[in-house]
Design a binder for this molecule. Structure first.
Ligand code: ATP
Ligand code: ZN
Length: 298
């Protein structure tokens, strides 16, 4: 086993990866869960700046999410997990190597509920408060709108009520924060999810480790999107069942002790699962069991 020596950022052994994740915030829990689901173990993370994995050559750094793109760009960290909103705002979209499917949110423009908003032209010459001046500036320019952007780092949604701006651009997930501040969403500016990013100058050994990590992350994601389904069906319904359950290649069919019945096993996608199970019942399937899949190797 390779035993990495401890060292400062640039003196890390070339066979090790340093991954930056958010210290405490909306990305933290899912980032740590993903690393664990990839089979990587590490000691408790509370109150620490960094920790080392015990069974993979990986060191985990805990940082503010806004600092992660810059650290990875400069190679202080080799990898990072960050929202596309923060990555693109920082100006380094090319660092992205893998979408991760969590922390989905959108960056939206919102105006006071009572204000008319016939089109984006309404924002011409207006004051807009945002923490995302680069993403918003590009969006407005693409739509031929010139506005005065006021960059503020927090509590953007109160800007209209204190007279700082006539509109805001901020992250929205449910919309309840907007509603609570008397605002309504009028444009989606950017859609975001968490991504894995990598510095551009990995050594060959690090590149190889990154590929191993991506392979595991993809297996975890595929598994999450899929369910294992088992059911009993009369042989007479088998063609219908096969049609409904294409599976990875084709479903596994085994005879049951009861004559004229078979057991069928397959994989279904999470988003089509309810639709498929009701159709399966309609063609005579019984005893339908649906199980989670832990890992799914392509
Ligand atoms: P830090 O202290 O690290 O700077 P922060 O306050 O800037 O944290 P968080 O609120 O923890 O950031 O959000 C981190 C990221 O999570 C955001 O940049 C975005 O990508 C995503 N995110 C934010 N709000 C939501 C939401 N409501 N639902 C899902 N994802 C979100
Ligand atoms: Zn932040």
């Amino acid at each position: 086993m390779l035993v990495p020596r401890r060292g400062r950022a640039r003196q890390l052994p070339h066979f090790m990866l340093r991954l930056a994740i958010q210290k405490s915030g909306r990305l933290s829990e899912d980032s740590l869960a993903l690393i664990r689901e990839c089979g990587i173990n590490f000691l408790s993370t509370s109150y620490k700046l960094k920790t080392e994995a015990t069974n993979f050559p990986l060191e985990i750094l805990f940082l503010r999410d806004d600092d992660i793109p810059g650290y990875v760009k400069d190679g202080v960290a080799d990898l990072g997990i960050v929202g596309q909103n923060v990555l693109v705002e920082a100006g380094y979209p090319n660092l992205e190597v893998e979408t991760l499917g969590f922390s989905k949110c959108r960056l939206s423009l919102a105006v006071p509920r009572a204000d008319a908003y016939p089109s984006i032209e309404t924002l011409q010459g207006k004051n807009i408060a945002t923490s995302y001046p680069n993403i918003l500036g590009r969006y407005l320019a693409d739509h031929g709108v010139q506005a005065n952007l006021h960059t503020i780092s927090g509590s953007v949604e109160i800007a209209p009520s204190i007279g700082l701006a006539e509109a805001i651009c901020d992250i929205v997930s449910s919309g309840s924060t907007l509603l609570g501040n008397g605002l309504r969403e009028v444009e989606t500016v950017f859609r975001s999810e968490a991504v894995l990013i990598a510095q551009p100058n990995l050594t060959a050994e690090q590149q190889d480790l990154l590929e191993q990590l991506q392979f595991r992350m993809q297996a975890v994601r595929r598994a999450k999107r899929s369910k294992y389904i088992l059911l009993n069906a009369p042989v007479s319904a088998l063609d219908e069942v096969r049609r409904l359950l294409p599976g990875i290649k084709s479903p596994t069919v085994t005879p049951l002790a009861e004559a004229g019945w078979v057991s069928v096993q397959s994989v279904v996608q999470e988003d089509e699962f309810w639709h498929i199970t009701s159709q399966l019942k309609a063609v005579g399937a019984e005893g339908i069991l649906v199980l989670p899949i832990e890992k799914m190797i392509a």
